[in-house]
Design a protein. Structure first.
Length: 167
């Protein structure tokens, strides 16, 4: 059950399991990890109340994973940490602070623009061929647009769709 943009523990564990292979491989390459991987924390009385894992590469800081202590939710520790990371990235000559894709609502308040993303799908099996055909179909395209909708977009779309023509 989602509440205020939070995910359940089960959803978090499922996502963590899917990403674990990527991060394990990245961290296993110690040279890459020490050069590119960054972990920022916000502490209160010696306890971590927010954390942000990111990558620093070629003048871009990419904010990959964040978490906060729900007991401190009313103080918005993730936002405080994000402000500190933005300051840090400017002080360290980062030209880009990338919040990465996926439509979490807080990103639209911080980002001046949304970058276009290109995805290449190359089927390697019959199942993959079916998936690519679905994604390229008109119905698949409509489904993707619906998934990407932000709640703030819905009233504008409805007004435009049901507007009466001018006399």
């Amino acid at each position: 059950m989602k509440r205020k943009g939070l995910i359940t523990q089960e959803q978090g564990l499922e996502y963590a399991d899917r990403m674990r292979g990527f991060y394990d491989a990245f961290v296993a390459d110690t040279a890459s990890a020490s050069e590119y991987l960054r972990m920022a924390t916000l502490t209160l009385d010696g306890n971590v109340v927010a954390a942000q894992l990111g990558f620093l590469f070629g003048g871009t800081f990419s904010a990959a994973l964040s978490a906060y202590d729900p007991a401190c939710e009313k103080f918005a520790p993730s936002i405080l940490l994000l402000v500190d990371l933005l300051r840090w990235s400017l002080e360290n000559n980062c030209a880009i602070f990338d919040l990465l894709p996926y439509g979490e609502s807080y990103k639209y308040a911080w980002a001046p623009k949304e970058a276009k993303i290109t995805t290449y799908l190359i089927p390697c099996s019959l199942r993959g061929t079916v998936l690519v055909a679905w994604r390229r179909s008109r119905l698949g395209a409509m489904a993707r647009r619906l998934v990407r909708l932000r709640p703030a977009d819905i009233p504008r779309i409805l007004r435009k769709r049901f507007a009466r023509p001018s006399p």
